[in-house]
Design a protein around this ligand. Structure first.
Ligand code: ADP
Length: 356
C-alpha cells in the first residue's frame, strides 16, 4: 500500500509524466529516431524467429480481441538484445493500443509509478524494462493494480489516516528482465504469460541481417549475411550493430558490397572471432585459465580483475559463453570448459579433461 500525503500530489505528478515517460504510439514506435528504433520490426511477420512465442501470442491476442478484454500481464525474460522490447511494441501495434515504455530504475519514488498508472487509458500497455530492479514499495503498488485494477492508498497521518481504493483503467503490464530469478514470487505470480526468449539460430540471424541491410540500403550477399550472423552471438541487436560496422568497412576499404570475404575480414579487424567473442569475452576466459587454473572462481573476483561491473559480466558476457559451452557455472564459481580452452588455442590440462 502506498502512502502519499494528499491527492494533490498525484495530479502534480501526472502533469510531469508527459515529459519523463513519453507515450509511444505503435505506428510511430521509432519515435526517437535512433538507429535501433528505426529498424525495429513492428509486426509478427518481420519479427524473426521466436516461433513458439509468436504462436502463443497470436492466439492470446486473437482471444483478447474476441472477448474484448485487455491482454493478460506478460513477463519476457532472457539476455539483452533478444527482442523483449520489440515484441512488446509488436503486441501493442497488433492490438491497436498505445504502449508506454519505462524501466524500473526510473520508478524510484512511489509517485513515479502511481502517476503512470493513473494516466493510463483502458487497454494500454505499460512496459517496464529491468523489472527485477523494482523496489518493494513500487511492487506493492503494482499488486492491486495488476490484480484488481485499483490503487490502494493511504492519505493523511496516523489516527486520521484513510485508505482509498482508486479504480484505474484496465491495462496490460509487460515486464522484461534479464534475471527472472530475481523477481519476487508474488510479482512473478501475477503474470499470466511468462516466456523466455531464446538465442537465435544462424539462419534466423541471417534474415535479421538481410532485413536490416535492406532498410539501410546496404548491398549484401547471402554468404555475407551468413558470415555476420555466425559472429552475432545469437543476438539480433549484435547482428544489427555488426551490419552497420561492416558496411563502413565495405564502403571505405572494399567496393561497397558485403560478401563473405568482406564480412570476415572486417570482423577480424574488429577483433570479433568466429564464435562472436570480443576482447572482453576472451579476456574473461584467459583470466580464469591463467590466474585461477581454469576455475572455479567467483564472479566478483572476475569482475574486479577485468575492471568491469558484475552486472555487465552476468548480463552481457556470460549468457552466451554459457550457451556456447565455453564457460560453466558451478556452485563454487565460474569454470572454463575444455571447449573454452580449445577455443583460445590453449591445451586442456589433463586434470580438467578427466573431470569432464
Ligand atoms: P531487448 O529488449 O530484449 O534488450 P530489443 O527488443 O531492444 O531487445 O531488440 C534489440 C534490437 O534487435 C531491436 O532494435 C530490433 O531491431 C532487433 N530485434 C530484436 N528481435 C528481433 C526479431 N525477432 N527480429 C528482427 N529484429 C529483432
Amino acid at each position: 500500500m502506498a502512502i502519499i500525503s494528499d491527492n494533490e500530489e498525484i495530479s502534480k505528478n501526472q502533469g510531469s509524466l508527459g515529459k519523463k515517460n513519453p507515450v509511444v504510439k505503435p505506428e510511430n514506435i521509432e519515435y526517437d529516431k535512433t538507429f535501433e528504433n528505426s529498424i525495429r520490426p513492428k509486426d509478427f511477420d518481420s519479427y524473426i524467429g521466436q516461433t513458439s512465442l509468436k504462436e502463443t501470442l497470436k492466439i492470446t491476442l486473437e482471444a483478447a480481441k474476441l472477448r474484448d478484454k485487455p491482454l493478460d500481464h506478460m513477463l519476457f525474460y532472457g539476455p539483452p538484445g533478444l527482442g523483449k522490447t520489440t515484441v512488446a511494441g509488436v503486441i501493442a501495434a497488433q492490438m491497436g493500443v498505445e504502449i508506454r515504455i519505462t524501466s524500473a530504475p526510473a520508478l524510484e519514488r512511489p509517485r513515479d509509478i502511481i502517476g503512470i498508472l493513473m494516466s493510463l487509458k483502458g487497454g494500454e500497455i505499460l512496459f517496464i524494462d529491468e523489472i527485477h530492479r523494482l523496489n518493494k514499495v513500487a511492487e506493492e503498488i503494482l499488486y492491486p493494480a495488476m490484480e484488481d485494477f485499483t490503487l490502494d492508498m493511504t492519505t493523511g497521518k496516523s489516527q486520521t489516516a484513510k485508505t482509498l481504493r482508486i479504480p484505474i483503467p484496465k491495462f496490460t503490464l509487460i515486464g522484461a528482465t534479464t534475471k527472472a530469478g530475481e523477481l519476487s514470487s508474488p510479482l512473478r505470480d501475477r503474470f499470466g504469460i511468462i516466456h523466455r526468449l531464446e538465442f537465435y539460430t544462424v539462419e534466423e540471424l541471417s534474415q535479421v541481417v538481410k532485413r536490416t541491410a535492406q532498410i539501410l540500403d546496404i548491398n549484401i550477399t547471402e554468404e555475407g549475411a551468413k558470415a555476420i550472423a555466425k559472429r552475432s552471438r545469437g543476438t539480433p541487436r549484435i547482428a544489427n550493430r555488426l551490419v552497420k560496422r561492416v558496411s563502413d568497412f565495405a564502403l571505405v576499404k572494399f567496393d561497397g558490397i558485403i560478401d563473405a570475404k568482406v564480412a570476415n575480414e572486417s570482423l577480424d579487424i574488429l577483433k570479433i572471432d568466429e564464435f562472436g567473442l570480443d576482447n572482453t569475452d576472451r579476456a574473461l576466459l584467459n583470466l580464469i585459465i591463467e590466474k585461477y587454473d581454469g576455475g572455479p572462481v567467483g564472479i566478483e573476483t572476475i569482475a574486479a580483475a577485468l575492471s568491469e561491473d558484475v552486472r555487465t559480466i552476468e548480463d552481457v558476457c556470460e549468457p552466451y559463453l554459457l550457451q556456447a559451452g565455453l564457460l560453466q557455472r558451478t556452485p563454487r564459481g565460474r569454470k572454463v570448459s575444455p571447449e573454452g580452452y580449445r577455443h583460445l588455442g590453449i591445451k586442456v590440462p589433463s586434470e580438467q579433461q578427466s573431470l569432464f
